[in-house]
Design a protein around this ligand. Structure first.
Ligand code: FAD
Length: 382
C-alpha cells in the first residue's frame, strides 16, 4: 500500500497526540502512526504537571475543558521530600498537578485526535524506516505501507527510529536513567494529594516514589541513573521489593498492600545537554528528543510542549514552503528557550545535592525551619 500525506507523526504518546492537536485546524493531511493498540500501558510514574491543561488550552480551550472532565485522575497539591535521614519537608504546589494512569491519559489524548477530520490514525503500525529524499520523507511502516510526507515529526519515544535514522547527535544511553514502577492497592499513611519522593542513602542519587492514584491505588517506583545501575549492578525490581518488605521506615506502610500487575521498567532519555532535535524535513519531540528532567524524571509536560511547538513549526514550514534544516532549526531554539534554563537548575540539584546524602539532609532540615530556604527550594524545584 502506498499513501501520501503532508505530515507524518510517529507515536501517539503525549508528544505525538499534542503535535496532531496543534495541527487540527491547519487543513494539512496528517498520518499519526502508532505501533501499539490503544488503550495501552506506558511505564511511568503517572504524575502530570499542573501546566499540562494550559498547554492544551493554548491549542484549543475545548481540549483543556475535556481534560478537566476526565474523571479517572487525582489531584496533587503537595510534594513531600524525605531526606536520607528520614526528615521530611512538604512543599506546597502553587497549582495542583495530577496523577492519572498513562493508559487512561494517553487514551484520552488519542480520543481527542481521533475526532479530527484531517488526521488518519493508524494503530498497530510501527514505523520501520525513514529516508529523506529531495522533495519528501519516505517512510516504511507496518508490513507493507510506504508513505510519503513533506515533513516527519518523530514522537516515537526513547527508542525513536526517526532519531536513530536521521539525527546527527545520537542518544548516549549512559547519560540517561532507568526507572521501574508497579501499582499497589492500600498503601498506608499517604496524605491525600501528596507525591512522596524518598531519597535512600543506599540508592543515591535516585529516589523511591509513592504517588496516589484515584481509588486507593498507588504508583510506586524507583529510578536511578543508568551509569549507577550498571556500576553497582543494581536490580531495580529487587530493590523495590526489598524496600517494601524490609525498609524499617517504609515496609510497615506496605503491610496490607497488594501489588496489582508486574513491576515494569523503562529507560529515560534525560536532557543533560542541548542536542540537535531537528533537521531537513524532520522534527523530534518528547523522549525522542531526550527532554526528560534530569532530577525529577518527569517528561510528560516537555513532550506536550515540544509536540505543540513541532505542530506550530510545521505550519510555518508549509506557509513558507521551506523544509530545510536551517529553517526548521528555529524549533530547537523555541524548545530550549522554554525549558533549558529551568533544566540547568535541575542538573545542578541532581549533581550537587541529590548525590550527597548529608547535603540533602541539611537542605531539608534548613527548609523545614527557615521560610526563605523553604521558598528557595520550592522555587528551585518549581
Ligand atoms: C518509570 C518511569 C516513570 C516516569 N514517571 C513520570 C512521571 O511521573 N511524570 C512525567 O511527567 N514523566 C514521567 N516519566 C517520563 C515520561 O513517561 C515520558 O517522558 C513521556 O512518556 C514522553 O512522552 P512521548 O510522547 O515523548 O513518548 P512515549 O510516551 O514513550 O510515547 C511514544 C509512543 O510511540 C510509540 N512508538 C514507539 N516506536 C514506534 C514506532 N517505531 N512506530 C510507531 N510508534 C512507535 C510507542 O508505542 C508510544 O505510544 C517516567 C518514565 C519512566 C520510564
Amino acid at each position: 500500500m502506498t499513501c501520501d500525506f503532508d505530515v507524518i507523526i510517529s507515536g501517539a504518546g503525549p508528544a505525538g497526540c499534542t503535535a496532531a492537536l496543534a495541527l487540527s485546524s491547519s487543513g494539512l493531511r496528517i498520518a499519526l502512526m502508532e505501533k501499539e493498540k490503544f488503550p495501552r500501558e506506558k511505564v511511568c510514574g503517572d504524575a502530570i504537571p499542573a501546566y499540562v491543561p494550559k498547554v492544551l488550552d493554548t491549542i484549543n480551550s475545548e481540549y483543556a475543558e475535556a481534560f478537566k472532565g476526565l474523571a479517572e485522575k487525582a489531584e496533587a497539591d503537595v510534594c513531600r521530600i524525605i531526606a536520607p535521614d528520614r526528615k521530611a519537608i512538604d512543599l506546597k504546589f502553587s497549582e495542583n498537578g495530577f496523577i492519572c494512569k498513562r493508559q487512561v491519559f494517553d487514551n484520552f489524548l488519542l480520543d481527542l485526535v481521533s475526532g479530527l477530520s484531517n488526521v488518519t490514525v493508524f494503530q498497530e503500525t510501527a514505523i520501520r524506516d525513514i529516508t529523506i529524499k529531495e522533495n519528501h520523507a519516505l517512510i516504511l511502516a507496518g508490513n507493507d505501507i510506504l508513505v510519503t510526507a513533506k515533513l516527519a515529526i518523530g514522537c516515537d519515544g526513547s527508542g525513536s527510529i526517526i532519531r536513530k535514522r536521521l539525527a546527527v547527535t545520537k542518544i548516549n544511553s549512559g547519560e540517561g536513567s532507568v526507572a521501574a514502577r508497579a501499582y499497589f492497592r492500600d498503601v498506608k499513611d499517604n496524605p491525600p494529594g501528596t507525591l512522596e519522593f524518598h531519597f535512600l542513602k543506599e540508592l543515591r542519587p535516585g529516589y523511591f516514589w509513592i504517588f496516589p492514584l484515584p481509588g486507593n491505588m498507588y504508583n510506586v517506583g524507583l529510578g536511578m541513573p543508568s551509569i549507577t545501575i550498571s556500576e553497582k549492578k543494581i536490580n531495580l525490581r529487587k530493590e523495590i521489593l526489598r524496600i517494601i518488605e524490609r525498609d524499617p521506615f517504609l515496609s510497615p506502610r506496605f503491610s496490607d498492600a497488594e501489588i496489582t500487575g508486574e513491576i515494569r521498567g523503562h529507560h529515560l532519555p534525560l536532557l543533560t545537554r542541548k542536542n540537535g532535535i531537528s533537521g531537513e524535513r524532520f522534527i523530534l519531540c518528547g523522549d525522542a528528543a531526550s527532554l526528560i528532567n534530569p532530577a525529577t524524571g518527569s517528561g510528560i509536560g516537555q513532550a506536550m510542549q515540544s509536540g505543540r511547538f513541532a505542530g506550530w513549526q510545521a505550519l510555518k514550514c508549509f506557509e513558507k514552503n521551506d523544509f530545510t534544516a536551517g529553517f526548521i532549526s528555529s524549533y530547537d531554539n523555541t524548545v530550549y528557550d522554554k525549558i533549558w534554563h529551568e533544566n540547568r537548575n535541575y542538573l545542578f540539584i541532581r549533581d550537587h545535592v541529590f548525590k550527597y546524602p548529608w547535603r540533602l539532609n541539611t537542605v531539608i532540615r534548613a527548609g523545614s525551619k527557615n521560610k526563605f530556604i523553604y521558598k528557595t527550594i520550592l522555587k528551585a524545584l518549581n
